[in-house]
Design a binder for this molecule. Structure first.
Ligand code: ACO
Length: 311
């Protein structure tokens, strides 16, 4: 009965084995996974916009080709993640509807504007760097299809991060004006990047349950710390200053101390009131509506094929 199924599930989690789509799972585990995977997929898709704006304005053919490929990778990540959500019984069209109606979230970070080409580099360095810190442990997430999607996504994210850092290195070797552009982009993206990891642990309603289920492997604050520790030496090497006067190495803890992000800003951005939320949603909605004929044509074709097979 139900109790035996629950015990089997608990043992699978306790032994760090994987839950697969056909396995029994508690309804709350399924709901949490659909929530997190859908938010993650939406983030990848909305995340194409801030950088996509620079494809037509890239400074060289080489930078344009790189950026094109990167933005295309984000679309791919969104698609594998929607597929992972489908293995849990979610319907992709329904998830898209929920996003468009503002009933499902996507990452706060993609609601900030990209002001110049240095932002493309800083997004690669910080945003994809934060994504790696958050997602490498998700490769060991208890739900098989999600964990496996993460393996490929992390490889691509790590390439994206190097791409961003290399772009910034090139700009830092350029003119004084280029170095100022890089510093300005670092100043604007640092705090929002720290907020990507979510609210502080004391204010994170989902963490305890998600960690008990081995969906999440580390808390929001642990991963934020890991990101700060990873990024500080990279900033030194690059020759930029991270905009936090409280940032310093703490010998005793073996970690960097750092200031507190403006959590009220994170709440505002999550609730729809960030600098670009309206623009991102309007574009996403328009892209969905503009694509309606493609979906209709594909469905009509599939129906015709199915009828042909039946004959
Ligand atoms: N932006 C938007 N919403 C957020 C953010 C954020 N930066 N951080 C937390 N939230 C939301 C949570 O989704 C949750 O909302 P919900 O309960 O309505 O779903 C609420 O704020 C409270 O947060 P937590 O209890 O800490 O939520 P959770 O345990 O899900 O942790 C986290 C949030 C760390 C983002 C987790 O969901 C996660 O690891 N997701 C997978 C990675 C991901 O989605 N990355 C997207 C950006 S990276 C990229 O796309 C390149």
């Amino acid at each position: 009965g139900e109790q035996q199924l629950q015990e089997h599930f608990d043992r699978t989690i306790a032994h760090d084995q994987r839950i697969e789509p056909r396995d029994w799972m508690p309804e709350a585990y399924r709901r949490t996974l659909v929530r997190q995977i859908a938010q993650h997929a939406h983030s990848e898709i909305i995340g194409m916009q801030p950088e996509g704006e620079w494809i037509t304005r890239a400074p060289s053919l080489r930078r344009k080709a790189i950026l094109f490929a990167k933005v295309q990778d984000e679309a791919g990540h969104g698609l594998y993640l929607y597929s992972a959500a489908e293995t849990l019984g979610a319907d992709r069209a329904d998830l898209t509807e929920r996003l468009i109606e503002g009933r499902q979230k996507y990452s706060s970070i993609f609601n900030y504007p990209t002001m110049n080409f240095a932002d493309v580099g800083v997004i690669g360095w910080f945003v994809d760097g934060a994504a790696i810190c958050n997602q490498v442990p998700l490769c060991r997430s208890s739900y098989g299809p999600y964990a496996r999607a993460m393996v490929r996504i992390c490889k691509e994210e790590s390439f994206h991060q190097r791409q961003g850092y290399e772009l910034l290195m090139t700009m830092m070797r350029g003119t004084e004006a280029q170095r100022r552009m890089v510093q300005d982009a670092v100043d604007r993206w640092w705090w929002p990047s720290l907020m990507m990891f979510g609210p502080p642990d004391g204010d994170s309603p989902n963490t305890a349950k998600s960690m008990a289920w081995h969906i999440k492997r580390h808390s929001n604050d642990e991963l934020r710390q890991r990101f700060v520790d990873m990024t500080v030496p990279q900033a030194e090497k690059l020759g930029v200053v991270l905009p936090d006067p409280q940032l310093r190495w703490n010998e005793e803890r073996g970690h960097h101390d750092f200031g507190t992000p403006d959590w009220s800003e994170l709440k505002r951005v999550i609730s729809g009131d960030g600098p670009c939320n309206a623009q991102r949603m309007t574009r996403r909605r328009a892209a969905h509506e503009d694509g309606a004929w493609v979906r209709e044509a594909a469905s009509a074709y599939a129906a015709k094929q199915a009828a042909g097979v039946a004959e």
